[in-house]
Design a binder for this molecule. Structure first.
Ligand SMILES: Nc1nc2c(c(=O)[nH]1)N[C@H]1C(S)=C(S)[C@@H](COP(=O)(O)OP(=O)(O)OC[C@H]3O[C@@H](n4cnc5c(=O)[nH]c(N)nc54)[C@H](O)[C@@H]3O)O[C@H]1N2
Ligand SMILES: Nc1nc2c(c(=O)[nH]1)N[C@H]1C(S)=C(S)[C@@H](COP(=O)(O)OP(=O)(O)OC[C@H]3O[C@@H](n4cnc5c(=O)[nH]c(N)nc54)[C@H](O)[C@@H]3O)O[C@H]1N2
Ligand SMILES: [Mo]
Length: 759
């Protein structure tokens, strides 16, 4: 039974357009967050909940992974954090009666927005083979069903265990332990769709796949480059750090095809100045073409090499490897191809160079605008080259800053959620638990979809997330999912992945961050790691959404006991009772977590070691920081086509849609919009307000179509278009991925725009 993905709500999706804004936050943002929160939680619960977000002794915001400052405001959250909290702490409920009224086919016809608006899941539910709707099931029976299907597999490698990045360190550690004791490394995670390119590029070049800066480094940098990131929407608390940096004299360069309001001007609602005029953030805006960043950094590197005295020769000699090959490649760069690739002018780039040369310490921040292209890994390696040239790694005020997405995505990876674990990690597991973990690499997200599609994987288990909506090539992914024997989702809220199921399906409802976690050993807390490698505790305060909910660690423990039975060497029961017992094991397996329980008692948490940052030691294959010399690439655009990036609106958290507005880009009341430069639109004869189908063009010749988008004339870079994810995931081919990291190239999709039949 194939159903087309729903195309938005025809009644609600009627976008109105008013043009881009030029500043972010301010009191409007505070008002929006409070209204949204009141609607979901009421006034009293709103106050109780929002005041403990990101406070010492409170819970970690389930929004983004931006770190908390040492000195916290009473309200240490942002508009979008408040929405994330309201979404979870909502008083609305999805009960067994709801499932009785809504067959799966009905759910499959609803928009993601509608599904999310129904509220919190309250009971475990089961869709039997041949059944048309979910029915209530006991936890025991649910675990029996999973055990039955896993037991029937020819090999544990026919099971796939996905993780989304909200999972705590404790739950993540147990989850990977279970998968590995079962015998598989099939642990794809949202990172595969997200910052995998950063991890790949950084581990090879600096020896650690994480950012090398702390919050203080941002505050004290001379120059901050923000490339391929929209912090005003996706990491609003980063604007406070940028404001502080500016107050200390920093300059900021934004590299983006779109003028993003948050980067132009920040009105900090916590300061009088913020409420009046706000702070202008960006000093230089480089309106780059999609995918032009490698070319930009390559020419900057060439120009630095050509400037006498600009290279930090001591650093290069002492700490790096591969300089000569890199320098030769950089010197060969020419202006013509650079200007084509970037769409910038020579003056833009020369201004940028002057700012770089005038700065002693430089931080480069980036997010999805750099990681989701075919050549993302060489692009990020070129940024590393750029920083290495002037010794900008491993000293204060300087370094690489990949800004992570999900609040614990970095921690999940540290805990071993990875389809290609390091041998040293597996050795440590083996030593600690006495079983032999599998050594062969497992499936990442794209490979997992292929395995499901081809019948090589039969059980799909998700610890959070919304796999079918977050993944590329929606129709392919959904068909793959429907071939599974069993799909299981541990979730807080309803989403499309619950409606696109295998022969049998389970939804297992779980506690969110905001909720109290009571186990036999007393009240528990969990821990998370932010984007800068700081680990701290998170403790929920609210009563759970339903008495039936189990915590994620409890679900893994019970599942593991049921599936592995007496063959397990892991004390699952003990772990479920008291999470401190899990942390004791983490302390013994994962470097940097020594004495974990004692150190996490400090309300500010602790910093994980980072050899390049702390001691300018680079644990790479060469023992040095590696310069790299890859050919410069950029996307080619056939005539009459546009390069489409798929990005987030201001009113969504990934596939969770909070509302239908994108305030800073001036769109209200709808999501099916495509932003096109007015000149491109004129050439393509597309009036503002006309309706088009977006049709993907890829070398496999398959037609991928997203129908019915309103054209919005918008000041994006020439040749580039933008539309929201996940509505446009149908256009991203499964095989169009980044080299090395295998991340879907969601930011460079070649499309043609066809007038909609209904227009
Ligand atoms: N409120 C909210 N917060 C979130 C999320 C959310 O959905 N909502 N998601 C979380 C997650 S998981 C993540 S990963 C992050 C995502 O955070 P972002 O990476 O900021 O998210 P996107 O909306 O994908 O924005 C991509 C930005 O890069 C720019 N860009 C696109 N392509 C290019 C390019 O080729 N070059 C350059 N220089 N720029 C480019 C786009 O114009 C846009 O400004 O946010 C996290 N925080
Ligand atoms: N085209 C395109 N595709 C993309 C992207 C893009 O920019 N463009 N971005 C990619 C990126 S960066 C990412 S990170 C992925 C996101 O992929 P995912 O992480 O898979 O998706 P989310 O939308 O964050 O997942 C939302 C669901 O998580 C569940 N949930 C929320 N909180 C909890 C919790 O505490 N515990 C549990 N168990 N469940 C919880 C809820 O049921 C909710 O419906 O999408 C990727 N897909
Ligand atoms: Mo992400």
């Amino acid at each position: 039974m194939a159903s087309k993905p729903p195309q938005g709500d025809p009644v609600q999706d009627a976008p109105k357009v008013a043009g881009p804004k030029h500043s972010a936050a301010g009191l409007t943002a505070v008002g929006h967050s409070l209204r949204m929160a009141h609607r979901q939680m009421g006034v009293k619960r709103t106050a109780l909940t929002l005041l403990s977000v990101n406070q010492k002794g409170g819970f970690d915001c389930p929004g983004c992974a931006w770190p908390e400052p040492e000195h916290r405001h009473t309200a240490e959250f942002c508009e979008n954090g408040a929405k994330a909290v309201a979404e979870e702490a909502t008083l609305r409920r999805v009960t067994p009666e709801f499932f009785a009224e809504h067959p799966v086919a009905d759910l499959a016809g609803r928009s993601g927005y509608w599904l999310g608006q129904q509220g919190r899941l309250t009971h475990p539910v089961y869709l039997p083979e041949g059944g048309d709707r979910y029915e209530p099931v006991t936890w025991e029976r649910a675990f029996d069903i999973v055990a039955e299907e896993i037991g029937a597999l020819a090999s544990p490698d026919e099971a796939v265990f996905y993780t989304s990045g909200r999972t705590s360190n404790e739950a993540a550690f147990l989850y990977q332990l279970f998968a590995r004791e079962l015998g598989t490394n099939n642990l794809p995670d949202c990172s595969n769709l997200c910052h995998e390119s950063s991890g790949s590029a950084l581990s090879e070049t600096i020896g650690v796949g994480k950012g090398s800066v702390l919050l203080e480094d941002l505050h004290t940098a001379d120059l901050i480059v923000v490339a391929g990131q929209n912090p005003g929407t996706n990491h609003p608390r980063m604007l406070s750090a940028l404001e502080k940096a500016k107050a200390n004299g920093a300059r900021i360069i934004s590299v983006n095809p779109l003028p993003e309001a948050g980067l132009e001007r920040f009105k900090n609602p916590q300061t009088p100045r913020g409420l009046a005029t706000g702070t202008a953030l960006t000093d230089l805006f480089l309106q780059i073409r999609l995918g032009g960043d490698q070319a930009l950094f390559r020419i900057l590197n060439k120009l630095i090499l050509e400037t006498p005295g600009a290279v930090d020769e001591d650093f290069v000699r002492e700490h790096t490897h591969g300089y000569e090959d890199f320098a030769e490649a950089a010197r060969a760069t020419d202006w013509d191809s650079t200007l084509t690739a970037t769409g910038l002018t020579r003056e833009d780039i020369e201004t940028c160079l002057r700012m770089v040369l005038a700065s002693k310490s430089v931080v480069v921040c980036w997010a999805m605008g750099l990681t989701q292209h075919k050549h993302s890994v060489p692009t990020i390696r070129e940024i590393v080259n750029f920083l290495l040239l002037r010794g900008n790694i491993g000293r204060p005020g300087a370094g690489v800053c990949p800004v992570r997405g999900h609040s614990n995505v970095q921690g999940d990876r540290t805990m071993g959620i990875f389809e290609r674990p390091a041998p040293a990690f597996l050795d440590a597991l083996e030593r600690e638990f006495g079983f032999a973990p599998p050594r062969a690499p497992g499936y990442d997200v794209v490979r997992a979809i292929r395995a499901l599609r081809d019948g090589r994987a039969k059980v799909f288990f998700a610890m959070g997330g919304n796999f079918v909506s977050a993944s590329p090539d929606t129709e392919v992914t959904e068909a793959a999912m429907r071939r599974a024997r069993l799909t299981v989702h541990v979730s807080t809220k309803l989403n499309r992945s619950h409606a696109v199921t295998g022969a049998r399906a389970l939804i297992l409802p779980t506690l969110g961050r905001t909720e109290r976690d009571l186990q036999d050993g007393g009240e528990q807390f969990v821990t998370v790691e932010d984007s800068m490698g700081m680990v701290h505790a998170s403790r929920g305060r609210l009563a759970p959404a339903s008495r039936q909910l189990l915590s994620e660690p409890a679900i893994v423990c019970r599942l593991a006991r049921r599936v592995l039975g007496s063959r397990s060497t892991v004390p699952w029961e003990e772990f479920e009772k008291d999470y401190a017992a899990i942390r004791d094991r983490i302390a013994r397996v994962i470097p940097g977590f020594e004495d974990f329980n004692a150190r996490v008692a400090d309300p500010s948490g602790f910093a994980l070691p980072h050899a390049p940052r702390d001691e300018r030691r680079f644990p790479t294959a060469t023992g040095k920081a590696n310069f790299t010399a890859a050919p410069v690439e950029y996307p080619e655009l056939p005539k009459g086509r546009l390069l489409l990036q798929t990005l987030r609106s201001h009113d969504q958290y990934n596939t969770t849609i909070y509302g239908l507005d994108d305030r800073y880009r001036g769109v209200t009341g709808g999501r099916r919009v495509v932003f096109v430069h007015p000149e491109d639109a004129r050439e393509l004869r597309l009036a503002d307000g006309s309706y088009v189908d977006l049709v993907g063009e890829w070398k496999d010749g398959v037609e991928r179509r997203a129908p019915g988008f309103r054209v919005v004339h918008y000041p994006t870079a020439r040749g580039c278009a933008a539309a929201y994810y996940p509505e446009t995931n149908v256009l991203v081919p499964l095989d169009a991925t980044a080299d090395t990291s295998n991340t879907p190239a969601s930011k460079s999709v070649v499309v043609r725009l066809e007038q909609s039949a209904t227009d």
